[in-house]
Design a protein around this ligand. Structure first.
Ligand code: HEM
Length: 180
């Protein structure tokens, strides 16, 4: 609230990487906007809160890359629990916490600890822990909450400086998800 926002809201105008974007392509995407590899891994730490829908992860649970089997890198308990309870019967609208259920309303480094346990929910989350460009950064952030919080604050402020509307551009919305 308070920032100027667009006068139209169309999903076709949105420029965001897909959930199955590769780590190198995610680094390229954020790199093009001035973020280093470290800053990009830190920004992905935004997944310390919130949810994803079963539609986004069902291939990891039931048919990973056409194998008719789950993603072998996904934690076995998660495969069982999410596949048999939360996302069963192809219920695309059900949602899954991106961070551990005990920490999903807290901004902290538990997201990175989850990645090291094979509990990265989105494909991009999971791959951060394995990609040679990012694996060591994930380990460092998993081991130091203060370091993560410091970098996360700075990276979020930097991201907030992208494409800022000024003057008469757009409008300050009364409700953040719709135009006035
Ligand atoms: C390569 C980069 C990224 C990809 C591919 C990605 C992908 C996704 C996907 C697929 C979802 C779930 C959407 C749904 O099922 O409804 C999601 C949720 C979310 N993402 Fe990301 N994301 C990325 C970067 C970020 C960044 C940089 C932040 C913030 C700093 C962020 C914050 C969030 C939050 C807070 C949610 C939860 C939304 C909710 O609970 O409604 N993501 N992301």
């Amino acid at each position: 609230m308070g920032r100027r926002d667009g006068l139209v809201g169309l999903s076709s105008n949105v420029d965001l990487p897909a959930p199955d974007v590769s780590v190198p392509n995610a680094l390229k995407y954020y790199g093009n906007q001035g973020f280093s590899t470290l800053e990009t891994v830190v920004l992905l730490g935004g997944h310390t809160v919130g949810v994803t829908h079963c539609s986004v992860i069902k291939d990891r649970l039931f048919n990973f890359r056409g194998t008719q089997k789950p993603d072998p890198s996904l934690n076995a308990f998660y495969v069982f629990f999410l596949g048999n309870f939360i996302c069963q019967n192809n219920n695309d609208d059900m949602f899954v916490f991106l961070d551990s259920p005990s920490s999903v309303v807290t901004v902290d480094n538990s997201y990175y600890k989850m990645l090291l346990e094979g509990k990265g929910i989105l494909p991009i989350d999971n791959e951060l822990a394995f990609d040679p460009n990012t694996a060591n950064i994930v380990k460092t952030l998993a081991g130091n909450n203060g370091y993560f919080l410091d970098l996360f604050g700075k990276a979020i402020v930097k991201m907030g400086m992208l494409g800022v509307f000024t003057g008469n551009q757009g409008q300050i919305r009364h409700v953040c998800w719709e135009t006035n």
